[in-house]
Write a protein that binds this ligand. Sequence first.
Ligand SMILES: *Cc1c(COP(=O)(O)O)cnc(C)c1O
Length: 810
Amino acid sequence: MKINSAILTSANLNFSDSGIEFDHISIDSRSLQNGNATLFFCLKGQNNDAHIFIESLIEKGVQHFVVEYIPANVAGKAHFCVVENTTNALQNLAKAYKNQFQIETIGITGSNGKTIVKEWLNFLLSPDFSVVRSPKSFNSQVGVPLSIFGINENHTLGIFEAGISLKGEMQKLAEIIQPNIGIFTHLGNAHQEGFTTVEEKIIEKCQLFKDSEIVILEKNDWIEKHITAPTFTWSFEDTKANIFVLNKVKNNLKTTLEIQFKDETFKVSLPFTDDISIENAITCISTLLYLKTDISVIKERVSKLYNIEIRLQAKKGINNCLLIDDSFSSDYQSLKIALDFLEQQKLHQKKTIILSDIFQSGLNVKELYSNVIKLLQQNNITQIITIGETIGNYFQDLPHVISFANTNAFLQQFNTDSFNNETILIKGARSFNFDEIVVLLEEKVHETVLEINLDALTSNYNFYKKRLKNSTKIMVMVKAFGYGNGGYEIAKQLAHLKTDYLGVAFADEGIALRKAGITTPIMVLNPEISSYKSMIAYHLEPEMYNISGLTSFIDLAKEKNLNAYPIHLKIDTGMHRLGFEEENVSELISLLQHNNFVKVASIFSHLAATDNLDFKDFTLQQIQLFESISNQISTTLNIQPIRHILNTSGIFNFSEYQYEMVRLGIGIYGVGNSEDEQNSLQNVSTLKSIISQIRTVEANDSIGYSRKFMVKKEMRIATIPIGYADGIRRAWGNEKGFVSINNQEATILGNVCMDMLMVDVTHINCNERDEVIIFGENPHVTEIAKVCQTIPYEILTSISQRVKRIFYKN
Ligand SMILES: *Cc1c(COP(=O)(O)O)cnc(C)c1O
């Protein structure tokens, strides 16, 4: 892409230096692609303000910024264009950029299926057009403009998705995309918030199609009455639709549809059987029919549709490697995104990429690969492995490159054990079957995984942050392996969110984070005297809770001649676990007076019952005691330490006592202590497994140990390879609990075994190897905890370490 002065001017963006040209638009300070040809937009969200990154971006070489104000410390150090709203400015630039091209566009909206339909249309239409499309699920107010910058003069078709969460947003996206063809996918209940009624949401979505020549959708009078453009509809029931599906037969992992269009009837075969995929496929077929694609071509292409994995996934690899799996797509735009993700997630200095031929760039191959090489060099990739007939030719003269003609050659010739302690990005077009490489490099564990949604974690963090004053610091508790979710990966994400402090229970946990490169201040709740030395070596800050511990620490600080080493004083105000009591205060003060070896970074206490408003008086009494003791210490020592007392439900119920910092725990992991709080949080962890075996069991037989479940009538039973050794409570068995399979609930029958459990799937359409949700949205850990008479904390932290963790961002 190129942005020249003419485009800038037509978007009303003016810089003092004339004749400038940019080849990269960025909004992400972490992207290594930020350089002197980058135009950086400092976006301001509710919770973050990119203006704070300007200084470090100037150091990286960025010289041009679109800003809402010029921070004093950077004035005169770069070129600034000041606008009222940087998001709007980005949108205006995208509009101006798109206007240069004569490209046809398809705009897709709806509540579900946008990304799948976009990816499938890309697959189905690529033989006929040079397609550019939104990368991943880039469909927001910012995502759409960024997608538009992927267009170049050789593209003949753009496929873009548009998602909204508030009134007034679609108008802007419509002006950017200007879709010739509109597609309305499935209307679910997702993202209802922001709208008072479903109808209001539909009206907003239909704004996308205001100037479209046609809108393709499932026939639905209720929606159609809000569409002013002509429509092209399909239906299972209504023969008045343009495309009428006469018949749907599912058989052996395939679905055959009989379709009537104009005066022709034909059959297509789809390689899946779930209804959602079938609907999305019909939407695609309708689009192809509208574009007058031959029916024989449609049949041939839709028979090859495939499951879409659009998420970038970080997986644990062999030999302590970390894999970034992006094995389903290869285009220039998504390569940039994947490289940014690699940089954010990298666990090691060494970065390797396995890259296939790149298709659909719209550029000629020479220009394309020279851009790719530039990109890889900017990103300091240590080793490059190319796979494909074309790509290798352009990488021949570079150091640290190994080339293979195809995936099989790589699999046969390359010794995978030569990968060691590195982060490997695996990025290839679908036809290269890079999933086989992923399988080979992935650490072999059983099929149960705990998936952690880092976007949800961020959203929860922001939810609590919004309840606090801007100046209040946040310590996030990542003890016990991030409440069972993951230590390093969670901490890394929090460091990115600029969390002020991390809290761990033991020194080892902090040391592990430091070894992984986390530099955020870390407080240790239970510093054992034996660990003081290594804590100092790794700059971990101990909680001090009694006189003898403090005396030993001060002695060590003296011996090492430390200067103002940060410590945190814990006051016991009623929890009666750890902490100084009122009667220790004078001795404590005398130990700290005129002591330059240590410095009181903070004074804090822990509340025992913030989740239960019946104990409100007790909580207030604790706070009062904290106030008086902390005052006494601060006044006498003449210091101003950070004070903190609130945990998650404290923030929710007692935010007026936030002092200078709060300690956020369970909430960030998606669990609230009340229904209200829970409804504001997004689900972070999903424990998944698969069906190992399905069998039919006759009446009068029994299921599992001790014949606990007696079969009354013939049943279908599925066995799932997860049991109490993985952290599934036995109390959740014997028909008390359930799992979800294909969105339906399957009751657990009989006793939960050590490594397995059995569920009733008599009423569920499912097959062996189908995915099983053990917990996540449904059932939710809160529900499991209630039935098992415990708390969600215990369920989360009990998930065995033999369960593989997978972290992802959308
Ligand atoms: C674990 C812990 C927290 C966090 O509690 P949540 O209820 O998970 O928010 C805060 N402070 C201390 C001292 C803790 O041990």
